[in-house]
Design a protein around this ligand. Structure first.
Ligand code: IPE
Ligand code: IPE
Ligand code: MG
Length: 251
């Protein structure tokens, strides 16, 4: 069993720089409202922040960056905002994928893409195929993603392939079917925008992740703010169920 995959069973190697950072990019709407701009202006500025944080991850040696871009609950927003977000997603993919590839970044998407426009689905599939061999940074965008959806799709796919597990299975059997199964679990979770909740993001994968909440709105979140989150992470003691004394003995 992979130690990386299942932190409630195995204990991952400690690392100073988080290998995997997962972020809920929140606060675009409020950023725009504070400036009397339409909400979409906040989403546009938010795309610039994404670029800056990708750069910061590469410079600091973070290997996996997972960004929550659109939740399965975000369809509840006014149709105009949903459609502007989809357009922005299309434009960002059209403009950025070649640059991601040049920079050795692997692009992945997690979530139920079946509800997206076929054009967007094709852009996603092409971007994943083009960048599949890159390994400098794996950038995963969660779109139409929900943590409960993830666990259910994993269980359903597992049982379809391995019906003998119908009467019982463990983490090891389920883990390969979960989204992000080939990445280490997130070391650091960041939520901008002041709310202190998970909003149905990576429910399974965040079991032992260090959580960091900041009031900074996503469009204002920059490399310096990112470094503050990493510094907070570095001050934490990751015990994974053990005592401080045990950690000292092993050091
Ligand atoms: C996050 O910003 C972006 C998405 C959910 C797509 P919000 O749009 O939620 O911004 P606030 O929370 O209204 O400020
Ligand atoms: C969470 O943000 C989802 C994304 C950032 C994509 P929301 O702004 O939709 O979260 P809630 O609904 O306020 O919790
Ligand atoms: Mg929000």
């Amino acid at each position: 069993m992979s130690l990386l995959r299942s932190s409630t069973r195995g204990i991952p190697e400690p690392s100073r720089v988080p290998r995997h950072v997962a972020i809920i990019m929140d606060g675009n709407g409020r950023w725009a409202k504070n400036r009397r701009l339409p909400r979409v202006a906040g989403h546009r500025k938010g795309v610039e922040t994404v670029r800056e944080i990708i750069r910061a991850c590469i410079e600091r040696g973070v290997q996996y960056l997972t960004l929550f871009a659109f939740s399965s609950e975000n369809w509840r927003r006014p149709p105009e905002e949903v459609s502007l977000l989809m357009q922005l997603f299309v434009v960002a993919l059209e403009q950025e994928v070649a640059k991601l590839h040049e920079n050795g970044i692997r692009f992945r998407l997690i979530g139920d893409v079946s509800r997206f426009d076929p054009r967007l689905q094709k852009l996603i599939a092409d971007a994943e195929a083009l960048t599949a061999g890159n390994n400098r940074l794996t950038l995963t965008i969660a779109a139409n993603y929900g943590g409960r959806w993830d666990i259910l799709q994993a269980a359903n796919r597992m049982l379809a392939e391995r019906p003998e597990l119908m009467h019982g299975f463990g983490e090891e059997e389920l883990a390969p079917y979960l989204c992000l199964s080939d990445a280490p679990e997130p070391d650091l979770f960041i939520r901008t925008g002041g709310e202190q909740r998970i909003s149905n993001f990576l429910l399974w994968q965040l079991a032992y992740t260090e959580l960091y909440f900041t009031d900074t709105l996503w469009p204002d979140f920059d490399a310096k703010a990112f470094d503050a989150a990493i510094a907070s992470f570095q001050r934490r003691e990751r015990r994974f169920g053990r005592t401080s004394e045990q950690l000292e003995e092993n050091a």
